[in-house]
Design a protein around this ligand. Structure first.
Ligand code: NAD
Ligand code: UD1
Length: 366
């Protein structure tokens, strides 16, 4: 089947997942344009991406709530497809400043959709970063895409609201092709060690915390509860290598038929998929907190001291994905194992610590 190279806009493209996806898309022969306001990332990431791929990346500094700038960006660069990563993502913070979360995530997405609708060349292909958090406390495992949704915090509710907006949009106009990707727990880094997850301040999520303990930046990890109904009592999650996740975006674009040459686009089932399509991106495997610590210690040859602490409010016991739909429809499954996740994360952490020491930050903040 004849395909063409696409111009793809990544909102939030200098962030953790966006930067890894930028590499995958550029290496697949597409042209990547990054739109970011750098509220949680470093502009220098674009140069790092260029170093990794050997190709330049065009970056546009802007907020997704700036509809005019987005429309201009779409038109000037003849954007064919948008991958919408931009958003605020800290669960705890979302409960403290919910209005900012709704404004940034929901209003920002509406602004993006308005810009796409207004753009004269009618870009209608969109991939959206959703989250497994929309499932709330799982009623059954593994979680498939038909599992009821019930977000338990403002961050999760922004994702649910956006999913509903996208569903209404796809129903209202059949020319839209939208993939809604529900990520499980992304971890790890690009093999170069040049981009990865490097959150500002004390990390909220397990793996960046573990990595910072191993490198000596933090003293010890608090394990939030060992009395869950899981094999070792600690929380179980579906950790997925960020490069596998990045490849899932390419698979989603292909599924939507974004790269089909214009002359073969006929809207048949086999060639292109209009409407809204929702997929889990996970591995289907659950690992406990203690298993993650052990795997990281093995990969880094460093001890990760920890204390058992009380449960964290809002946490669930276990969460892992059914991967059947993505495998069948997208032809995508995660390939990298836990060892690769921990080794790449450790490689990145060491480089990040060294570059922080020499005061040159070229990492993706997350
Ligand atoms: P990240 O914070 O590293 O990246 C988000 C990027 O968006 C940052 O570069 C930030 O500067 C930018 N941004 C935020 N608000 C913006 C705005 N108003 N205008 C322009 N740019 C803006 O986060 P990430 O981990 O790469 O996550 C990407 C997406 O995936 C987010 O939507 C997040 O909610 C979702 N997600 C992430 C995870 C995870 O664990 N990392 C899990 C599920 C879903
Ligand atoms: C969290 C968010 C979720 C979001 C996801 C990815 C909450 C309640 N949920 O999920 O909405 O989509 O991040 O960004 O914040 N743990 C420790 N010690 C720590 C940190 C974590 O023991 O210092 C444990 C947790 O209790 C959990 C596991 O490690 O069992 C994973 O935690 P985390 O990395 O924060 O991810 P989630 O809780 O799955």
């Amino acid at each position: 089947m004849s395909t063409r190279s696409l111009n793809i806009l990544l909102t939030g493209g200098t962030g953790y997942i966006g930067s890894h996806t930028a590499v995958v898309l550029q290496e697949a022969g597409h042209r990547v344009f990054i739109y970011d306001n750098y509220c949680n990332s470093d502009p220098a990431v674009a140069q790092t991406l260029q170093k990794i791929t050997g190709q330049p990346f065009k970056t546009i500094e802007g907020d997704i709530r700036n509809t005019d700038l987005l429309q201009k960006t779409l038109e000037t660069n003849h954007i064919d497809a948008v991958i919408h990563f931009a958003g605020l993502k800290a669960v705890g913070e979302s409960a403290t400043i919910p209005v900012e979360y709704y404004a940034n995530n929901v209003q920002g997405t509406i602004s993006l959709l308005q810009a796409m609708q207004a753009a004269s060349h009618r870009p209608r292909t969109l991939v959206f970063s959703s989250s497994a958090t929309v499932y709330g406390d799982p009623q059954y495992l593994p979680i498939d895409e038909s599992h009821p949704t019930a977000a338990t915090n403002p961050y999760g509710r922004t994702k649910l609201h956006i999913e509903e907006i996208l569903r209404d949009l796809a129903k209202s106009d059949v020319s839209w092709r939208i993939a809604c990707l529900r990520y499980f727990n992304p971890v790890g880094a690009h093999v170069s060690g040049l981009i990865g997850e490097n959150p500002n301040g004390i990390p909220n999520n397990l793996m960046p915390f573990v990595a910072q303990v191993a490198v000596g930046k933090l003293k010890q990890l608090n394990v939030f509860g060992n009395d869950y109904d899981t094999p070792d009592g600690t929380g179980v999650r579906d950790y997925i290598h960020v490069m596998d996740l990045a490849e899932g975006h390419l698979a989603a674009l292909n599924y939507l038929g974004a790269a089909l040459a214009a002359e073969v686009v006929t809207n048949t089932e086999t060639q292109t998929h209009t409407g809204l399509h929702t997929f889990n991106l996970g591995t289907g495997c659950g690992y406990s907190v203690l298993e993650m610590i052990q795997a990281f210690e093995a990969a880094s040859a460093k001890a990760v001291p920890f204390l058992i602490a009380p449960r964290r409010a809002g946490d669930i016991a276990s969460c892992y994905a059914s991967t059947t739909l993505a495998a069948e429809q997208l032809g995508w499954t995660a390939k990298r194992d836990l060892k690769a996740m921990c080794e790449s994360s450790w490689h990145f952490q060491q480089k990040a610590a060294a570059s922080a020491g020499s005061n040159s930050n070229t990492t993706a903040g997350a």
